[in-house]
Design a binder for this molecule. Sequence first.
Ligand code: PLP
Length: 402
Amino acid sequence: MRVYMDNGATTRVTEPVFAAMQPYFCEIYGNPSSVHGFGREARKAVEAARAQVAKAIGAQEREIYFTGCGTESDNWAIRGAAYANVKKGRHIITTNIEHHAVLHTCKQLEQEGFEVTYLPVDNDGLVTPEQLAAAIRPDTTLVTIMYVNNEIGTIEPIPELAAVAHEKGVLFHTDAVQAVGHVPIDVAAQGIDLLSLSGHKFHAPKGIGALYVKQGVRLQRLMQGGAQERGQRPGTENLAGIVGLGKAIELATADIPGKSAQVRAIRDHMISRILGEIPHVQLNGHPTKRVCGNINVSFYFIESESVLLHLDFKGIAASSGSACTSGSLDPSHVLLAIGVSHEHANGSVRLSLSDENTMEEADYVVDCLAEAVSRLRAMSPLYEDFLKGVETVGTDDSCHLH
Ligand code: PLP
């Protein structure tokens, strides 16, 4: 059996999305900026997709700009807003659990003379409107807080946070890359000024994203070039990608309550089996304010990389909550921010479900997880010490032991 439970990393392009894109490679291939018939056909498709994206998030069509990915949207929103508002101030507020597309952009701005406040989160990964209100200063120009955390799935109180920013006349950006298609979003009703999204997280292809920019919000453009996207984002449009994004967002947002109830039922079944059948395990992230497809669990005394290898051997794709896989021994900044110890962060696994996963797959994955954990613990010196009653949890070097 092959089971894909790494939908937080990326998703499969579904058949209807692929079918919608297919004509835009070999048949309809004009440059949307060309004035001839070939170009006009392409332009029509781009504008139809823009309307689909706008409708899906409660925006107007002219407020949607296509980009190359979620990372580009984040960079553009944050740097664009920071540069456009330097006359007012150079202070930005974010959280310490953002994706690196946001955190590294903020770090770069700090090197350029901006000041950034990184709000801490509680043990579930939540930041509060009160915390935000206390951090806003007269020179604050932008608040950027993610909608859904990519590692632990926690859903931030975005409308309340945006309201606080607006009360103080500050722009509000949200990285909604992990939220679109899973959480109902209405930018107008929720008071969002800037919103980043990325197609490959909801069954569109990789390499296509969008930025919502509320009418009247000034952003500096980051690239110089042609007049595409109303002069704000130059570069010939990714025609087929844009068509795929439009179709995928339409499908993903057609029935969010129904789809998320289905995914949540499977997810909750897995969580209750994992917590009930595997000893010495903890669930990371908020128990209920959590995106429907996310599971993040720490297995004590073992390392996530070994669990992932076992799962891979069984045909299962999951991912590690720790950054050890990326060649660094640093545990995930998100898990540390919510108070998970280094050891437990290094034993964390993220399973991210989509609406394509089944109950049968869920049971298979939990069975394989239980087997992997018990095999690895049988070889784990930490577990042996624990059984002997030696206190090992709480030291901070388990990542270096194997
Ligand atoms: N923001 C979040 C929360 C993400 O999870 C990701 C991707 O994992 C990104 C931004 C970056 O998106 P992209 O891969 O399209 O650049």
